[in-house]
Design a binder for this molecule. Structure first.
Ligand SMILES: *Cc1c(COP(=O)(O)O)cnc(C)c1O
Length: 372
């Protein structure tokens, strides 16, 4: 018998995560110049990283022979001041995906269930399956989370519910009121993970005061990341905020050095660079308008988005959608197909720099003429 046959059935059943196509790979495949390729496939910050973070990380390279501070003391201090919570409520992760994984490892086991919405972030089923627990997808409503239906899906076996707001890849937002009413109704023996990876892209009027809810709900974990508006996707830093007892358990299963020294230092500097955050926010707002205007002119249907990306629909059968995707690739524009999200008629594009958005819209116009 083959060794791999002894791997648990639930591990062998995992579908590999499909990341956005790297620029270098497309350059090789299509014989294109890397500099001519526009990657709008992974919701990365088109401005790059904050210059303050860059400077701090370059300096930190000198100390790279040393292990990082495994407790992340300074970054936790800064986060605790910024969000007015205690350091004991913070769990640092190798990206917020790591925090999602830690929560699953603490609260799930075979026989338990975790609930998430249809069309929600692919990492929820991934971390659930890794434990051998059962994932329960709840049908979406207008591409968004159907919170009452998610409540109804909770059973005595349910230990976790994942809520993404804004959600990726649909860009949908659950209102602060709806979220609060939802959390109030969830039994206190079910962990609610509120994934707010795109929180900083929300206009002030749409930002829920979610961190203040931690005082009321010991079963709430909020996850945030330095990968999106802070522009640090490559160094992998995210964090979870929770009740101290929950955070304590998550910190116990955490690998002692899960966040790199470069990541810790970059995140600390990025957190303070409010000028950069404002610039990234404004660029995204303008780019979102540019994209939606462009889609309207092309007669392309899109799902209004609160993130730094937008998903749009290609008419015709699903083969057409893949043809448009391939045609964009041939023109050197990388977007994300959404078949694994049960959205085979949609593609997702990240908001880029003005000229990148322009290039995408022109390439899309050409692709649509060729294909549909
Ligand atoms: C990008 C993203 C994350 C963050 O991933 P990191 O591991 O922090 O890079 C988390 N949740 C959602 C919904 C995302 O789209």
């Amino acid at each position: 018998m083959n060794l791999c046959d002894f791997a648990p059935e639930y591990i062998r059943a995992i579908q590999p995560y499909q990341p956005g196509k790297p620029i270098s790979e497309l350059a090789r495949e299509m014989r294109l110049e890397e500099g001519n390729i526009v990657k709008l496939a992974s919701n990365e910050n088109p401005l790059g990283a904050s210059p303050l973070a860059m400077e701090a990380m370059i300096q930190a390279l000198h100390d790279i022979a040393r292990y990082p501070d495994g407790s992340g003391f300074e970054l936790k201090q800064a986060l605790s001041q910024r969000y007015d919570i205690s350091s004991e409520q913070i769990v640092l992760g190798n990206g917020s995906n790591d925090v999602l994984d830690l929560a699953a490892r603490v609260f799930l086991k075979p026989g338990a269930t975790a609930i998430y919405s249809q069309h929600a972030f692919a990492v929820y089923p991934l971390v659930t399956q890794t434990i051998g627990a059962k994932g329960i997808p709840v049908p979406a409503r207008d591409y968004g989370h159907d919170l009452p239906a998610i409540l109804d899906a909770i059973t005595p076996e349910t230990r976790m519910v994942f809520i993404a707001s804004p959600n990726n890849p649909t860009g949908t937002l659950s209102s602060a009121n709806d979220l609060l009413r939802f959390i109030e109704r969830v039994s206190r023996d079910v962990l609610v993970v509120l994934d707010e990876a795109y929180y900083e892209y929300l206009p002030a009027a749409n930002k829920p005061d979610s961190i203040s809810w931690l005082k009321q709900f010991p079963n709430l974990v909020i996850t945030r990341t330095f990968s999106k508006i802070y522009g640090l996707a490559g160094v992998r830093v995210g964090f979870g905020l929770a009740h101290p007892e929950v955070a304590n358990l998550m910190n116990r299963v955490r690998q002692p050095f899960n966040v790199s020294s470069i990541g810790l230092i970059g995140a600390l500097a990025a957190l303070e660079d409010t000028e950069f955050i404002q610039r990234a926010y404004a660029l995204n707002r303008a780019g979102m308008l540019q994209m939606t205007d462009g889609f309207r002119k092309l007669g392309v249907k899109y799902i209004p988005s609160y993130g730094n990306f937008i998903s749009f629909e290609i008419k015709g059968d699903t083969a057409n959608t893949l043809k448009v995707y391939q045609n964009l690739l041939r023109q050197g524009v990388i977007v994300r197909p959404l078949g694994i999200y049960e959205m085979p008629h949609h593609l997702r594009v990240t908001i880029g720099l003005e000229q990148e958005n322009q290039r995408f819209l022109q390439s899309l116009e050409y692709a649509l003429e060729e294909v549909t």
